[in-house]
Design a protein around this ligand. Structure first.
Ligand code: GAP
Length: 505
């Protein structure tokens, strides 16, 4: 059984963690720790020592992930009249992957230390070394040949696992990333299937079906979200690189000759999506591909400034007519589009792809939202951990907190929660002081807390005069910590307005 040691499980790290906590900077360790502590993400099969490269999304994580997915889906389909959806099967005919080029080309360069048998991705080994030591490898690593990578590693890099300075490595060779299995009881060539390494191929394979069944006219796009699987040589940085992950992909079919302007338009749209949901522009950067994938005419990655540095969250690719042409050749089915708006001209559309990782988006939004904020007064330090998540993404929208359990406050709080439940994901918390409960909600990014107190339930004041705050609650805002009184009957609408107008300070 494969064992995986993750930072938060390692003993003797408490001291180191405390030191990091004292810096109040966002680090990957802190994000991992918060995720486990508050039920966003757990290590898969933890009780058995853990399964490398696999993670489980807990009660808060599953809602948070779904909210990101829904935001993407809304953006791509509801807000783009010319994009429709698809939910293709994970298993596809194995010829799909021959046609797409994955059987022949979908591989990473690997290299092994012959002394300790540790296996590395050769390109990443070089990139990590160059970054750490400020060395320029002479040319972009993704353009190096196997021989050049091997020569560089032999000359510079001691084994990161056993520390050997002998630098006894194997040659660099390619490792195909697709998982193979067989459908049915007989394992032979006919029953061979692959776990899909990207979701988009079913969009290409279904192109004709979609055009015909929905009378789609070029240009149009097809969006899809689903699981993909890659037998990655190494897993790194929590949920950043795993063997099982979710992609949010959109293939936009356009007339040949219009692909460059379409590419630029989608680049802009996808960039703006991240700004819309609260990513600071200075935390995003384009990475232009020097070496293009076998199908691409041009490609850019949107990269985000994680605590580990700028890393890819989404790829925007100009895929030409490669995929449809390949499927036409392998399936012998005509993939041409008849353009009735252009004199019934026949052509294979060109494709612009936007391909985002849902799990990487999850990690990015957490890193962006995380803050250890000094909220002390009178010069005293008092830090709270707060996630400044956009309310549309936060796993809990409203927490309802009775000041006390007794005197009918809990019952009134349940009543208010019941009203809000229809519109929002709510939480109900009665344990500990209200201050502590606010902190607990801040830590998971709950944008609104509603407190039920004696004014909410008392029609009259102590002196017998009418209580103007009767049937009102305290609405407390996560980011500013400001509080306002709101009548119960206006609460849901007020929260809706606050969500609509939300802007992180
Ligand atoms: N259809 C094109 C395609 O799959 P890609 O750049 O290989 O392109 C797109 O993948 C996105 O999928 C990446 O930007 C990343 O967010 C996500 N992704 C790829 N491999 C991943 C992995 N092993 N773990 C988590 N996410 C991954």
């Amino acid at each position: 059984m494969r064992q995986n040691k993750v930072p938060f499980l390692q003993k003797g790290r408490k001291e180191a963690r405390k030191k990091i906590m004292d810096n109040h900077e966002v680090t990957m360790d802190k994000i991992v720790s918060l995720c486990k502590r508050r039920g966003f993400v757990y290590q898969s099969s933890e009780i058995y020592g853990g399964q490398a490269g696999a993670w489980d999304y807990g009660p808060l994580g599953v809602d948070f992930k779904r909210n990101i997915q829904n935001a993407w889906w809304k953006e791509m389909t509801q807000l783009h009249d010319d994009v429709v959806g698809l939910d293709g099967a994970i298993f596809m005919h194995h010829t799909t992957w021959e046609a797409s080029g994955h059987v022949g080309h979908f591989s990473d360069p690997m290299i092994d230390c012959t002394e300790c048998k540790a296996r590395f991705r050769a390109d990443q080994l070089i990139e990590d070394y160059c970054e750490k030591h400020g060395v320029n490898p002479g040319k972009p690593v993704d353009t190096m040949t196997h021989e050049e990578m091997k020569a560089f590693i032999d000359e510079h890099i001691n084994c990161p696992t056993c520390g050997s300075t002998n630098r006894k490595y194997t040659d660099v060779r390619e490792f195909n990333l697709m998982f193979k299995t067989h459908l049915g009881p007989v394992a032979n060539d006919a029953s061979l299937v692959y776990l899909r390494p990207e979701t988009c191929q079913s969009i290409f394979v279904d192109f004709k079906n979609i055009v015909q069944s929905n009378r789609m006219k070029v240009p149009f796009g097809v969006a899809q979200v689903g699981k993909s699987f890659r037998n990655e040589i190494i897993f790194k940085n929590f949920i950043f690189r795993t063997c099982e992950f979710e992609q949010m992909e959109m293939e936009y079919f356009c007339k040949p000759g219009t692909e460059d302007e379409t590419f630029e338009r989608w680049r802009k749209d996808r960039w703006n999506f991240y700004l819309k949901y609260g990513i600071k522009e200075e935390h995003l950067k384009w990475h232009h591909h020097d070496k293009l994938a076998h199908y691409a005419k041009d490609a850019y990655d949107v990269t985000y400034k994680f605590p580990i540095g700028f890393e890819e969250i989404e790829g925007i690719h100009s895929r030409t007519d490669f995929d449809l042409s390949q499927h036409m050749q392998y399936s012998k089915k005509d993939m041409n589009y008849i353009d009735q708006d252009d004199g019934n001209k026949k052509y294979i559309p060109y494709v612009i792809e936007t391909s985002a990782g849902l799990n990487r988006n999850f990690l990015m939004f957490l890193c962006e939202a995380y803050e250890e904020q000094n909220v002390g007064t009178d010069g005293k330090e008092d830090y709270r951990t707060v996630l400044h998540l956009d309310p549309r993404l936060a796993p809990i929208t409203v927490a309802v907190l009775p000041l006390m359990k007794k005197d009918g406050l809990a019952e009134k709080a349940k009543e208010v929660q019941h009203i809000l439940k229809e519109d929002y994901v709510t939480d109900y918390d009665v344990s500990g002081t209200v201050g502590k409960r606010y902190r607990r909600q801040d830590e998971v990014g709950t944008p609104f807390c509603v407190t039920i107190d004696y004014d909410t339930i008392n029609e009259k004041k102590d002196d017998g005069s009418p209580n103007p705050d009767f049937n009102t609650v305290t609405l407390r805002f996560r980011d500013s910590m400001e509080q306002v009184r709101v009548p119960v009957e206006h609460l849901s609408e007020r929260i809706r307005q606050e969500i609509k107008n939300y802007k992180r300070a």
